[in-house]
Structure formats: structure tokens, C-alpha cells
Design a protein around this ligand. Structure first.
Ligand code: ATP
Ligand code: AMO
Length: 467
């Protein structure tokens, strides 16, 4: 086969070489009957290509044909690489141009698309400025973007977001494998709710009541009872959320881990801290282009984090809030607003936007959470925050069946619905703990985005089950 060059790889070093590339028609600008510019885009990268009759590279018909092509059509282009007099500001490949010798349309897009990619890729700031100048443009709203998601995800920022998502998953897997964790898969069709209570999708399982798993919680713990020592899972999680927020989905991707604990639940927090520092380092190093693309469309600020992850107790957090004039119930949960506020206070005081808050009040944690041995009003549990929003919940678990039954009862759970789970602790169970990460939240918050729908390829929320 012939050698193909990706648009993102067309660089000044290729000067005078004839290359072959495939991409989409991003824009077409006819200059005269004899000349036209075609910006070709491939996966977020753009290059300016020139059709010019003068050096007799192409015919008049070719120029006419090219200017009739619809945006987003797929074209093959053969041409030589040249260096423009001035950088091409609108393109990612600013220092090069391609002098077209052949152009072939591989597949035509319909002439009028529901979303203009150029408009969809513009930054909010740019849009405001353009509107002030009285420019005609179509502001692409979130619903339109999601309705025509396959067009929306062609923008450079979106291409970046989903490559970052892939890297988050990759680092999660690689890091845990290197720490002796085993990847597992647990059932998503289960007999009872795994997190207790509400927000569960119920369904009929061949005449038996069943649920879509709200987490792999019960089965990842059972895997520990089955002697895997340390396990992780990457899989879908279902939550029948009632309300429409910027950070809740009805289906998301859970990154879960569970491990034996030798002495203290801090062993779990230690893994979390090191895992995420490794992840952020890797994202900053390996996803520079992706972060730049996101920064061109959204107001991105790099995440501030410390080499050694900060841990504060819930009580310390409550105290910090109190000193800042925010009263919260010391034995209740933090609401979204106080979590945000605490995030700001921590960033000011400690210079980090990533931290762990631990020893939560027992009353606000799920039934399987281990109470603190020295003060049963609190629990061996933690949440982890990025920029003041939760990305992880974790805890040591109750591994004593009698206590587990008691706690389930106190939390209003019918023990019969989870009897096989409770029974798995009757055959000898090691102390253990773990955590669950929301993948879409990590990407949303690392990239400083304001809505979780931006980090889900085809989001499912209380109002959306298509596309
Ligand atoms: P977790 O389930 O681990 O707590 P989460 O981020 O989904 O993760 P929630 O338990 O749903 O958190 O809620 C934490 C806090 O966020 C609640 O105390 C509540 O104040 C706020 N919150 C949760 N859901 C909503 C919602 N739908 N609308 C507004 N605020 C909400
Ligand atoms: P939790 O319910 O806190 O804990 O969920 C773990 C993490 O998943 C993310 N998350 C969500 N993301 C998008 N949409 C939602 N509706 C949503 N709900 C939660 C958050 C949250 O931190 N079994 C425990 C984990 C454990 O203890 O191991 C659990 O499910 O980032």
C-alpha cells in the first residue's frame, strides 16, 4: 500500500515532499476560479491545502469540483508540503501548507449539517466577542450538541476529552496491576440494590425482581472473601437519579478497587493518593496536545496537587468551614455548596485542589462501612475531591457478619435481599476496604469542565436515553 501521512504529522520537516493524506473538509475558501483554500481536518488537527491552477498542478474543473464539496465530506489529498510566508493562524499545523496535485472525494456529507463544526469548536469567549461585533453565528447549545453527538465529538476539545478519559482508565489499570491488583468483572444484573435504598433501576429477571447494579460493591467484597487479595474493576454503573444536575448521570463508568487491609484503612488512602498523583503526572505529560485543545475551547486551568496527597479528617474540614463562617452539622453530610467552599479553603491554605477527607460520620455512610473502633459516631471512610467536588468514595468495610446484619437493619435494608453477600463473611473473611471512582467526574474535574455530559460519550441522564 501507499504511505499515508496523518494531518497532525504534516510538519515543516516534510518540506517539498509529496504526501498523501485523508481528512474531512473543514472549510473551503474559493479565491478565484483558479484558486481555492481547503482546510482539511483529521481528529482535531487541521492543515491548509491550496488548489492553484497557476503552477498547473490542478485543472480549472478541479478547483470548481473542490469548491462544490460539502463541509465534513471525506477527501484524499496528494500534494507537496510547502512553508507559507506567514503562519496559518486558523490551523493546528500553522507552519505548513499542502500544494494539492490530486484531490479525491471518498464520501460526501449532506450539504447542510445540523451542527457547524467550526461554530461548535469556538470558545465561549470568542463567541461573545463575535456576537458583540454583530457577526452571524450559531451558538451551539448543549442539547443540540448531545442530539448530534457524533458531529459534536469531532471538535478538537472533544477529541482531547475522550483521549484523556482513555488515559485515566489506562493509568488506573496499569498502576493497580503494578500494585498486585487483579482485574475482575462482576454482574450488572443483581437481585437487590447494592448501595441500599433509592436511585436503583428495577427490572424483571425472568419473573424474579432484579436491579441494575448501582456499583460492584457487594461482589468486589465477595471477591476478597474468595481470596483474590486485591481486585479492581472498570465497568458500567447504573443510578436512577431523580434530579438533573451538572454532575450526576444515570449510567456512568465506575473505576472500583478493593483490597485486604493489614492494619489500618490508611493503606487504602495510600493507594488512592499515589494512584492519582501518578495519573495527574501522566496526563500532564502525555496529554499536552489534548489539554491545549481543551484550553482553546474552555477556560482551562491546570490542576494544583501535591506530591504527597493531603488528608484531612471530616472534623478538621468542619472546623475550617466554621472558621470561615459556614456552619455545618458535625455529624451530617456536607452539601454541594459546603464541599465547594471547603475545596476553596483547602486550596488557599494548603495549595492543593486534590485532597482526601476521611473519618466521616457513620450516619451518612452506606451500611457496609466500618464504624471507627474508638468512636462509633464516625467511620473508617473517606471521600476524595478535585476542585471541591467529589470524585471518589471509599472505606474500610464491615467483615463481621453479625455487625453487618445489624448495620443493614439500622439502615433499613431487608437483610434477606443480601443474604448471599452477608453469608460470604461467615466462611472466614479478612479485614478489607476499597474505593469507587466516577470516571466521567475525574475527567470533568481534571479538565475543569462544568458539566459531566461533556465527559460522557453518549450521556444517560434523567431526560436522555438517545442517541
Ligand atoms: P455519593 O453518592 O458518594 O455521596 P454524590 O456526589 O452522588 O456521591 P450524593 O450522595 O448524591 O453525592 O450527594 C452529596 C451531596 O450533594 C448531598 O448532600 C446533596 O447536598 C448534594 N446533592 C446530591 N444530589 C443532588 C441533586 N440531585 N441536586 C442537588 N444537590 C444534590
Ligand atoms: P459512590 O456512590 O460515592 O460510592 O460512587 C462512587 C463514585 O462514583 C461517582 N458517582 C457518579 N458519577 C456520575 N453520576 C452519578 N450519578 C454518580 N454517582 C456517583 C462519584 C462517586 O464518588 N460503592 C461505593 C464506592 C466504594 O466505597 O468503594 C460507591 O458506589 O465520583
Amino acid at each position: 500500500g501507499r504511505k499515508w501521512t496523518e494531518v497532525g504529522s504534516i510538519i515543516p520537516e516534510l518540506k517539498d515532499q509529496v504526501i498523501l493524506t485523508r481528512g474531512r473538509v473543514h472549510t473551503i475558501r474559493p479565491v478565484s476560479k483558479k484558486m481555492a483554500f481547503v482546510v482539511v481536518r483529521e481528529r482535531g488537527f487541521t492543515v491548509q491545502c491550496v488548489l492553484n491552477v497557476k503552477p498547473e498542478l490542478v485543472s480549472l474543473q478541479m478547483v470548481k469540483f473542490a469548491t462544490s464539496l460539502s463541509k465534513e465530506s471525506i477527501v484524499d489529498i496528494e500534494g507537496s508540503v510547502s512553508i507559507p510566508a506567514k503562519p496559518i493562524t486558523g490551523c493546528t499545523q500553522q507552519q505548513v501548507e499542502v500544494q494539492i496535485s490530486k484531490l479525491y472525494c471518498v464520501n460526501r456529507a449532506m450539504p447542510t449539517l445540523p451542527i457547524n463544526i467550526e461554530d461548535a469548536a469556538r470558545s465561549e469567549v470568542e463567541i461573545e466577542q463575535a456576537l458583540e461585533k454583530g457577526e452571524q453565528l450559531v451558538r451551539v447549545n448543549q442539547d443540540t450538541r448531545l442530539n448530534f453527538r457524533i458531529l459534536d465529538i469531532r471538535t478538537p476539545a472533544n477529541q482531547g476529552i475522550f483521549r484523556i478519559q482513555c488515559q485515566v482508565e489506562n493509568i488506573f489499570r496499569q498502576f493497580l496491576l503494578s500494585e498486585g491488583f487483579v482485574g475482575i468483572h462482576t454482574p450488572k444484573l443483581i437481585g437487590g440494590s447494592s448501595e441500599g435504598g433509592s436511585a436503583v433501576f428495577r427490572l424483571d429477571y425472568k419473573g424474579q425482581p432484579a436491579c441494575l447494579a448501582q456499583s460492584p460493591q457487594l461482589h468486589k467484597q465477595m471477591a476478597i472473601c474468595g481470596d483474590f487479595g486485591r481486585v479492581f474493576e472498570i465497568g458500567p454503573v447504573f443510578r436512577a437519579e431523580d434530579s438533573f444536575t451538572h454532575r450526576h448521570l444515570c449510567e456512568f463508568t465506575g473505576l472500583d478497587a478493593e483490597m485486604e487491609i493489614k492494619e489500618h484503612y490508611s493503606e487504602v488512602m495510600d493507594i488512592v493518593g499515589r494512584l492519582f498523583v501518578a495519573m495527574f503526572d501522566s496526563l500532564n505529560e502525555k496529554c499536552k496536545k489534548e489539554l491545549e485543545a481543551i484550553g482553546r475551547q474552555y477556560p482551562f486551568e491546570p490542576l494544583k496537587y501535591l506530591r504527597k496527597t493531603l488528608r484531612l479528617t471530616f472534623a478538621e474540614g468542619v472546623q475550617m468551614l466554621k472558621e470561615a463562617g459556614v456552619e455545618v452539622d458535625p455529624l451530617g453530610d456536607l452539601n454541594t455548596e459546603s464541599e465547594r467552599k471547603l475545596g476553596q479553603l483547602v486550596a488557599e491554605k494548603y495549595g492543593t485542589e486534590f485532597y482526601i477527607l476521611h473519618k466521616y460520620p457513620l450516619a451518612v455512610r452506606p451500611f457496609y462501612t466500618m464504624p471507627c473502633h474508638d468512636n462509633p459516631s464516625y467511620s473508617n471512610s473517606f471521600d476524595v475531591f478535585i476542585r471541591g467536588e467529589e470524585i471518589i468514595s471509599g472505606a474500610q468495610r464491615v467483615h463481621v457478619p453479625e455487625l453487618l446484619e445489624k448495620r443493614a437493619g439500622e439502615c433499613g435494608i431487608d437483610v434477606k435481599t443480601i443474604s448471599t453477600y452477608v453469608d460470604s463473611f461467615r466462611y472466614g473473611a479478612p479485614p478489607h476496604g476499597g474505593f469507587g471512582v466516577g470516571l466521567e467526574r475525574v475527567v470533568m474535574l481534571f479538565c475543569a469542565l462544568n458539566n459531566i455530559r461533556k465527559t460522557s460519550l453518549f450521556p444517560r441522564d434523567p431526560q436522555r436515553i438517545a442517541p
